[in-house]
Design a protein around this ligand. Structure first.
Ligand code: BF8
Ligand code: SF4
Length: 642
């Protein structure tokens, strides 16, 4: 089509490219087209636009000309810091609600009101003990109830700090946060307080607003990420290494195809279970069976616990529909483009929303709660089956590529793999490899894809640069999906590693009966960034240092969601540098830029100085890898390593 960019410039994934061509030929608009049409506002892009009251909107011109304060007198630093806090609060609220939903479900389960059984008994005991609860003489349900009650306290208590912070934070980090008065009391209280301080006439001190963002980051980390992961492992079991497949080729022409999309595994687990039970019904309509495929973080959850293949990640979530062979896409919450309904209306695909507070006009709504999980999941799968005969064979075109990948590297699984090398001290081989320089350091690749960037490109390019330089990579979220599509979650990807890293991964893999470990270890969904933090705390405690001293960093090359900013803020508070490859909409304030991104040597007050971690904003993935490696080398030097 004239005037449109080549699809090869929009995504690295050839299946996605093929579907973009098909969509264009059929006159269907996708996120990639909308991203081209939608110009970005320069004021919004730099964070200088304020809409906090009806005297505005007010915006501050960047060149010092024109109004330099809003009608109320708020200056650019206050406006930008307040907007940044707003973004972090949105991300945090998403994760806190995710965790609370799972805690609520466990309480329903143990009361006999919801059809799940507690599968992660070992994890339950470990978490209970960490929370100071004795397992003695208690059955699984009793103990799970006590753990879920502790979780609920983190949304209710009025004194002290989060139980999950006490459970998961490193003591050294906690001391720093306590000294600065940043410890959160309960998640809901802090989220409400954050909204109250952002209101017109509220907090107008930019530095104080940024400290508020750090408290939000701690809520995100502990009452969001860690609590979600721990409770999900208790309910569904802790992931172990699993082999599966990636890319649109996982959609099967002869089967009823149903994709799970969103985040909270209460839904996706039940859909997978019912898909297994209703095969005969699918055969009655002429299909060979039911094929569940994953999209986004729900995809990660069922990939790592059930080996369910992944069709695609965030930016191309509309394209499984364009294959013409997707009977239904069932969604819960977060990262679900309303655009999927518009695309689905051109095919037989049924979009099914499931949460009362997250609907899409035109979609089917099947209310899903823990209590009616079986009933709802059965209805969803039956709806997908009923749609199979409605397929238009002339519209079916499924890309055929698939890529094999390994997922499910929970901390428990990583430790288990290392135990095959050193049964007494499993962390020793990893620490020795870091101390000896075979591994330079570690970087977690996290977060999204963004239709404004060539999909998967920066995630893959940054990782290739890191592993070439012997940096160990772990991955979560949609960036893990990018790596999976391009062979970096498979031992085949070892060819891209520097010699030191390749030797270590090969040796550990072979000790476990594999040709090698993959160059990037899939640790889960976005809430499972908690697993990354747990690994860092375990390594730091083993070495007797603070997390901030470790040669480690995080990177989100294709950022799109405010959740990425709340996760990033949590890691910065822990003393870990975080790179974003997309404008964080805060560059309009020199003060905010200096606090978040500058190093402590040159500026009096920075997150680097307070916590030991800073934000790095760099669009170019190879340059960004260079900056991360530079910081890793600085941290190695401070530890006395070469
Ligand atoms: O929580 S990685 S695009 S799906 S925000 Fe969204 Fe980003 Fe994907 Fe998962 Ni995370
Ligand atoms: Fe303008 Fe102040 Fe109102 Fe913001 S809070 S819109 S800067 S008057």
């Amino acid at each position: 089509m004239k005037g449109l960019p080549d699809v090869k410039d929009l995504s690295m994934d050839s299946g996605v490219q093929q579907m973009l061509e098909k969509a264009r030929a059929e006159g269907i608009e996708t996120a990639f087209d909308r991203a081209i049409k939608m110009s970005q506002c320069g004021f919004g892009a730099t964070g200088v636009c304020c809409k906090h009251c009806l005297e505005g909107p007010c915006r501050i011109a960047p060149n010092g000309k024109g109004a330099q304060a809003g009608v109320c007198g708020a200056g650019v630093d206050t406006i930008v810091a307040r907007n940044f806090l707003g973004n972090v609060t949105e991300g945090t609220a998403s994760h806190a609600e995710h965790a609370r939903e799972v805690a609520h479900a466990i309480l329903e389960v143990v009361a006999g009101k919801a059809p799940y059984t507690i599968q992660g008994v070992e994890k339950l005991k470990a978490v209970a003990s960490g929370l100071g609860l004795s397992s003695e003489g208690k059955d699984t349900n009793q103990l799970a109830k006590e753990v879920a009650d502790k979780a609920m306290e983190d949304f209710q208590k009025q004194h002290g700090t989060l139980n999950w912070l006490e459970l998961r934070a490193q003591d050294k980090s906690k001391e720093t946060w306590e000294k600065l008065g940043l410890l959160p009391v309960n998640a809901h209280l802090e989220i409400a307080k954050s909204l109250a301080r952002q209101v017109m006439g509220g907090d107008a001190d930019p530095a104080n607003l940024l400290l508020g963002a750090v408290t939000m980051g701690l809520v995100d980390g502990f009452a969001g990420l860690h609590m979600s992961t721990d409770l999900q492992d208790i309910l569904f079991g802790t992931p172990t290494a699993v082999k599966s497949q990636y890319r649109l080729g996982v959609i099967k022409e002869d089967m009823v195809n149903l994709s799970v999309h969103g985040h909270i595994p209460l839904l996706s687990e039940k859909v997978v279970e019912w898909a297994g039970k209703l095969t005969d019904k699918a055969k009655e309509v002429g299909a060979t069976g039911i094929n569940v495929v994953g999209v986004c973080c729900s995809g990660n959850e069922v990939l790592m616990r059930r080996g369910v293949p992944v069709a695609t990640n965030y930016a191309s979530q509309e394209l499984p529909i364009v294959t013409g062979a997707l009977e239904a896409m069932v969604v819960d919450i977060q990262c679900i483009m309303p655009g999927i309904q518009t695309v689905a209306s051109c095919y037989h695909t049924e979009i099914i929303t499931t949460l009362a507070y997250s609907k899409i006009a035109g979609a089917t709504h099947v209310e899903f709660t823990a209590e009616r999980a079986d009933e709802a999941a059965k209805e969803i799968v039956l709806r997908a089956i009923a749609n199979f005969p409605k397929r238009d064979p002339r519209k079916v075109n499924i890309p055929n590529e698939v890529t094999e990948a390994y997922a499910g590297f929970s901390v428990e699984q990583i430790v288990e793999a290392l135990r095959a090398v050193n049964p007494e001290e499993p962390l020793k081989p990893l620490v020795d490899a870091i101390a000896g320089g075979q591994i330079l350091g570690a970087v977690a690749i996290v977060g999204c894809t963004n239709p404004r960037k060539k999909q998967d490109h920066d995630n893959v390019a940054l990782v290739k640069e890191l592993i070439k330089n012997n940096v160990l990579v772990v991955a979560t979220g949609c960036s893990a999906h990018s790596l999976g599509k391009f062979g970096l979650l498979s031992p085949e990807g070892l060819q891209y590693c520097g010699e030191g890293l390749r030797n270590v991964l090969t040796a550990v893999g072979q000790a476990n009966g594999l040709p090698g470990l993959p160059p990037a270890l899939h640790m889960g969904s976005c809430v499972d960034n908690s697993r990354v933090a747990d690994l860092l705390v375990a390594l730091a405690n083993y070495l007797g240092v603070a997390v901030k001293d470790l040669p480690a960093a995080g990177s989100c090359p294709e950022t799109h969601h405010p959740k990425a900013l709340s996760i990033g803020t949590y890691f910065i508070a822990c003393g870990v540098d975080v790179h974003v490859g997309v404008n964080p909409q805060a560059t309009g304030s020199p003060l905010v830029v200096n606090v978040l991104t500058a190093d402590k040597e040159n500026f009096p007050v920075t997150t680097d100085g307070l916590f030991g971690g800073k934000l790095i904003y760099e669009e170019d993935p190879v340059k960004a890898a260079g900056l991360l490696i530079e910081r890793i080398k600085q941290k190695r030097k401070a530890l006395g390593l070469n």
